[in-house]
Ligand binder design. Structure first.
Ligand SMILES: C[S@@+](CC[C@H](N)C(=O)[O-])C[C@H]1O[C@@H](n2cnc3c(N)ncnc32)[C@H](O)[C@@H]1O
Length: 191
């Protein structure tokens, strides 16, 4: 990764991809828990290659249509018009290399159709059971508006508690901003 420029720190979305990239091998099974416009889906598909598999979830048909268009012909991606809370129905325990969450709403779309704390925690509980040794999960939180702040706090508290079960947890984000800045949480399953 390039040295970090303090005048232009990396966006959490880019940082998540750079940190997770070395953990993903061709042929791996990975999950995009919030497909949205498909940027992370494309990233994950490139990492796992044609022999791997990306499971991509979103509750909005408009998001899935956008993500499908961005992904194109890549056959390693399977989309689910379903909540990420159901991800355990589609993968075996300890079989997944990486799970990515990007919380909030689809940029430019209906802001009411946002991720919900309670369901996000259900999905995170599923994700930690699906991830294999050496794998990781990322969550980008948006505390800049009230519902997002409450969700960010709940997610950070829940994820931090997983350290007692051997997960290594980190938090990355700008401080001193006018409004609370988006931040990235990472949880790694070490040996
Ligand atoms: C910030 S956007 C994701 C952006 C995406 N990662 C990308 O690269 O373009 C958040 C997405 O989460 C979706 N979402 C909300 N609740 C969800 C749920 N329970 N399960 C899956 N997706 C959900 C929204 O529909 C929205 O598309």
């Amino acid at each position: 990764m390039n040295p970090v420029d303090p005048l232009s720190p990396p966006r959490p979305t880019a940082l998540a991809q750079e940190i997770l990239r070395p953990l993903i091998r061709p042929g791996d099974l990975v999950i995009d828990a919030t497909a949205g416009n498909g940027y992370d889906t494309v990233f994950l598909a490139e990492c796992v290659g044609p022999t791997g598999k990306v499971l991509a979830f979103d509750v909005q048909e408009a998001a899935l249509a956008s993500a499908r268009a961005r992904v194109g012909e890549t056959r390693c991606v399977e989309f689910f018009h379903e909540s990420h809370g159901k991800m355990a129905d589609h993968a075996a325990g300890e079989s997944v290399a990486v799970v990515m969450f990007n919380l909030g709403y689809l940029p430019g779309d209906d802001h009411q159709l946002t991720t919900q704390s309670a369901e996000t925690l259900v999905a995170l509980e599923a994700a930690v059971r699906l991830i294999k040794l050496g794998g990781a999960l990322s969550v980008i939180c948006y505390p800049g508006h009230p519902a997002g702040a409450a969700e960010a706090e709940a997610v950070e508290r829940w994820l931090t508690a997983q350290a007692a079960d051997g997960w290594r947890i980190a938090r990355y984000g700008a401080v001193g901003t006018r409004r609370p800045a988006p931040f990235l949480l990472l949880a790694g399953k070490g040996s």
